[in-house]
Design a protein around this ligand. Structure first.
Ligand code: FES
Length: 425
C-alpha cells in the first residue's frame, strides 16, 4: 500500500538535530467561532460564580485543515516543528519547501474525506460539552470556559491565548487555565510539542517567570493534564465502540474476530530516546482488552510510517494484508490513540487499508467523536485534576533518557512549578 501521508519526506532530510522553525505573528484577535465551527465563549470576570472559578479549559491537539485552502499552511507549520520532525538547522527553510511540494497531493486527500478535517468541529464540541458537565460536577471551579489550541491549524495557540485575554483571563487579571492534552498517551512529539508551544507563547505574551520563581503580576496560572491512557471512562468508551462493531458479525463468529488496535507510529530514533508513548499506548490496549474480558485475539500495530528510516512496527497496512492472506478475514481496526476522526482514520484506514483489503469482514470501530461516555470521561478527568490541585503529573517531570533539548527542560520546569521544578532532570 502506498501511503500518502503529510509526513512523507526525502531520506536526506530525515537527519539532523531539532530546530524549531519560525512562526507567523498573531494574525488577529479571532474568536474561536470563526466560520461558525466553534462554540461562542462569552466574556467572563474573575469574580464570577464559582469560588475558584472561572476556569479556562484548553484542549490541545495537532489540529487539521478545515478546508483544502488551509492545507499548505497546515503542512508548513507541521514541517517546521522540530519536536515532531527533526530536520536540523535549516528546518524553517526546508519545512515550507517540503510543505509546498506536498500540498496538492494532501489537498486531494482532504477533498476525498469531505473537503477538510473534522477535528476542529469535534474538539470544539467535546470541549463545550465537557464544560457543561464540569459546571455541574465541579461547581466550585465554575464557570468552565471551553477553548481549543491546535499546534498546526486554526485556532493556533497564540489565537487561543489572545482569546483568553479578551475573555478576562491573564494580562494582569490572573485566573486559572488548564491545558488538557487530547492525546491520551504522552509523546514528546505531540503533547510535548504542544506544551513547548504554549510555554513559548506564555513567555512572549505574559512575560517570563522571575529568577526567584515569582510570576509576572496577574499572569494566568496554568496546570496541565498531560496523559490519561488508562482512565476507566476512556477505556469504557473504546470498549463500547468495539462491542457495537462486533455485533455486526454473526454470533457464532464474533469471538474469533481479531481486534487490531492502530496508533500513529514513531521513528525509532524517538522511541530509543525514551519516549513514553509506546508503553502508554500499550497500557490503553491492555485496559480495553481487560474490560472486554480478553474474549478476542488482538494485536497492537502502528500506522502512518513514512520515509526510509526505521519506525516502530508492525505496520497496520502490512498486518491487515498478512492476516487476510492467511485467511483471517474478520478484522476490526480500532484507532486507539486519537479522540476523533481525522485523516488517518477517514482516509488512511477507511480509504486505503480497508479498501485495499477488499473483504467485507475487515471493518473499523467508530472513533470517539461525540460519544457521551467519552465526554463524561473527559469531565471526570478534569474534575479530578481540579480537585487534586496538581500542576502536572509526576511522570511529566522526568525527561526522556536521551533528551538533550533545552526547550523540553525549560518547559517542564515551568509547568512543574516552583515546588517540583527541582525534580525535572
Ligand atoms: Fe522527551 Fe525532551 S525529548 S523530554
Amino acid at each position: 500500500m502506498a501511503f500518502r501521508s503529510p509526513f512523507a519526506i526525502p531520506r536526506q532530510l530525515l537527519v539532523g538535530t531539532t530546530s524549531l522553525g519560525g512562526r507567523s505573528a498573531i494574525s488577529s484577535r479571532l474568536r474561536c467561532n470563526q466560520r461558525g465551527l466553534a462554540t461562542a465563549v462569552p466574556p467572563v470576570t474573575q469574580d464570577a460564580t464559582g469560588s475558584k472559578g472561572p476556569t479556562a479549559m484548553v484542549f490541545m491537539n495537532m489540529g487539521g485543515p478545515s478546508t483544502t485552502d488551509e492545507v499548505e499552511d497546515f503542512l508548513s507549520r507541521l514541517f517546521a516543528d522540530g519536536d515532531l520532525i527533526p530536520l536540523g538547522r535549516l528546518q524553517s527553510y526546508i519545512g515550507p519547501l517540503i510543505a509546498r511540494r506536498r500540498t496538492s497531493k494532501i489537498q486531494k486527500q482532504y477533498a476525498d474525506i469531505g473537503g477538510g478535517s473534522p477535528i476542529r468541529k469535534w474538539s470544539e464540541y467535546q470541549c463545550a460539552e465537557m464544560c457543561k458537565l464540569l459546571d455541574k460536577i465541579s461547581p466550585e471551579t465554575a464557570p468552565h470556559k471551553p477553548y481549543v489550541a491546535f499546534r498546526y491549524a486554526a485556532p493556533l495557540t497564540e489565537t487561543m491565548y489572545e482569546q483568553l485575554f479578551a475573555d478576562g483571563f491573564g494580562n494582569g487579571k490572573g485566573g486559572r487555565a488548564v491545558a488538557f492534552t487530547q492525546y491520551p498517551q504522552y509523546s514528546c512529539s505531540t503533547t510535548g510539542s504542544s506544551l513547548n508551544e504554549l510555554w513559548k507563547w506564555r513567555n512572549r505574551l505574559e512575560g517570563k517567570r522571575a529568577n526567584g520563581g515569582s510570576e509576572p503580576a496577574g499572569a494566568i496560572q496554568w496546570s496541565v493534564i498531560d496523559r490519561w491512557p488508562s482512565h476507566s471512562g476512556l477505556v469504557e468508551a473504546f470498549a463500547q465502540n468495539i462491542e457495537a462493531q462486533l455485533k455486526t458479525y454473526p454470533e457464532e463468529k464474533r469471538d474469533q474476530v481479531v481486534l487490531l488496535f492502530s496508533a500513529h507510529s514513531l521513528p525509532m530514533s524517538v522511541v530509543n530516546r525514551g519516549d513514553p508513548y509506546p508503553a502508554e499506548v500499550a497500557a490503553t490496549v491492555h485496559a480495553v482488552m481487560q474490560r472486554l474480558k480478553f474474549k478476542n485475539p488482538y494485536r497492537l500495530c502502528w500506522q502512518s510510517q513514512v520515509g526510509p528510516s526505521a519506525w516502530l512496527g508492525a505496520q497496520t497496512s502490512d498486518t491487515v494484508q498478512e492476516y487476510v492472506k492467511r485467511g483471517q478475514t474478520d478484522l476490526i481496526l480500532v484507532p486507539i490513540a486519537f479522540t476523533s476522526d481525522h485523516i488517518e482514520t477517514l482516509y488512511e484506514l477507511d480509504q486505503e487499508v480497508i479498501h485495499e483489503a477488499n473483504n467485507p469482514g475487515v471493518k473499523r470501530a467508530e472513533s470517539l467523536n461525540g460519544s457521551p461516555v467519552f465526554i463524561q470521561a473527559l469531565a471526570d478527568i478534569a474534575r479530578d485534576h481540579l480537585q487534586k490541585g496538581e500542576l502536572c503529573s509526576r511522570q511529566m517531570t522526568l525527561r526522556c533518557q536521551g533528551c538533550t533539548s533545552e526547550r523540553c527542560l525549560g518547559q517542564k520546569k515551568f509547568f512543574a512549578g516552583q515546588e517540583h521544578a527541582s525534580m525535572v532532570v
